[in-house]
Write a protein that binds this ligand. Structure first.
Ligand SMILES: [Zn+2]
Length: 64
């Protein structure tokens, strides 16, 4: 009867407040953007690999 509440439970237990190394910069060679210690990625937001969700198996492409 209360399946909705059950689904909202957090899995994996308690998460330690982990931070990452300070002074990291974007992995892009031409980029020196500093990364937040709380940013677990290796790239700044400009260079982070972006996953485009597929929309019904079709990718729209602009033709020059
Ligand atoms: Zn970058």
């Amino acid at each position: 009867m209360t399946d909705g509440l059950k689904a909202s439970q957090i899995k994996g237990g308690i998460r330690p407040s982990k931070s990452f190394d300070q002074g990291r910069v974007c992995k892009d060679e031409s980029c020196s953007t500093k990364l937040s210690i709380y940013n677990k990625r290796d790239h700044c937001f400009n260079h982070a690999p972006v996953k485009y969700p597929r929309v019904r198996g079709r990718i729209l492409q602009e033709t020059a």
